[in-house]
Design a protein around this ligand. Structure first.
Ligand SMILES: Nc1ncnc2c1ncn2[C@@H]1O[C@H](COP(=O)(O)OP(=O)(O)OP(=O)(O)O)[C@@H](O)[C@H]1O
Ligand SMILES: [Mg+2]
Length: 232
């Protein structure tokens, strides 16, 4: 169980998150939705230890990690695929994968190539020279080889061709089937809701709704909280 409890956080003097609580139960997908500036990215930063909250707690499987360094979060099985992907552009695909792999290197490479075969043909290419879609696949494959228990995904389908978006959602569905928990920030709301067991909507740094996808009327969701940025 991964939980954020009463998180208050911000940048410098500015508070961005106000008393936000959220739970990702084992083997479940939580969709985190909200308009631009709602604080979704900031919440993921708190959730992976990149940003220390002003108050509140981050608890992973009963262990409090609040204020610990990001590698402690990684060690506890929390993996963050950030906006902008977080790969090393001047390293090769292979190096990127091996830096993140936790187990046997050869197995990790096999595993990564198994989910995204295109990476197998590009192992020696510098990551930064690949297409946007390929780079995003690398970012996801890196998360996969860490064998994380909770993966935080920040708009991983952003700006990609529909075919690549399909591939990415297939991969996320596979992760979910395998029992990895996902905290998913997505602009493709319908697709996120299809995958999700729970939905959390944020607005202006506060929780606006938390419940199950079946409780949500998508039209109302768009009208009340989401802007043009989101796609049905
Ligand atoms: N490094 C920063 N320094 C100061 N303010 C920041 C910083 N990063 C984000 N903010 C502010 O925090 C608020 C929440 O931003 P955040 O990026 O978390 O929103 P978001 O929900 O991810 O939005 P989007 O959908 O556009 O990605 C915004 O008002 C933003 O301007
Ligand atoms: Mg964001």
């Amino acid at each position: 169980m991964f939980s954020l409890e009463r998180i208050v956080a911000g940048y410098g003097e500015t508070t961005v998150l106000w008393d936000v609580s959220l739970v990702v139960p084992p083997r479940s997908v939580v969709a985190l939705l909200g308009p631009n500036g709602a604080g979704k990215t900031t919440l993921l930063r708190v959730a992976s230890g990149l940003l220390k909250p002003t108050s509140g707690r981050v608890v992973v499987d009963g262990t409090e990690l609040t204020g610990r360094r990001p590698f402690r979060f990684a060690g506890a099985g929390v993996c963050h695929v950030p906006e902008g992907r977080g790969i090393f552009p001047s390293l090769t695909v292979r190096e990127n994968l091996l830096l993140q792999a936790t187990g046997d290197p050869a197995e990790a490479l096999d595993k990564a190539v198994g989910v995204f075969p295109v990476l197998g043909r590009r192992l020696l290419q510098l990551a930064g020279t690949m297409s946007g879609g390929e780079q995003q696949m690398l970012a996801l494959a890196r998360a996969y080889v860490t064998e994380a228990r909770v993966i935080l995904l920040d708009e991983v389908s952003m700006g990609l061709a529909p075919r690549v978006v399909d591939q990415i959602f297939d991969f996320l569905a596979r992760l979910a089937r395998d029992g990895t928990s996902l905290l998913l920030v997505e602009q493709y709301v319908s697709r996120a809701l299809e995958l999700a067991n729970y939905v959390v909507v944020m607005n202006r740094g506060r929780l606006a709704f938390a419940g199950e996808p079946a409780e949500i009327d998508e039209e109302e969701l768009f009208a009340r909280y989401l802007g043009a940025h989101f796609s049905a």
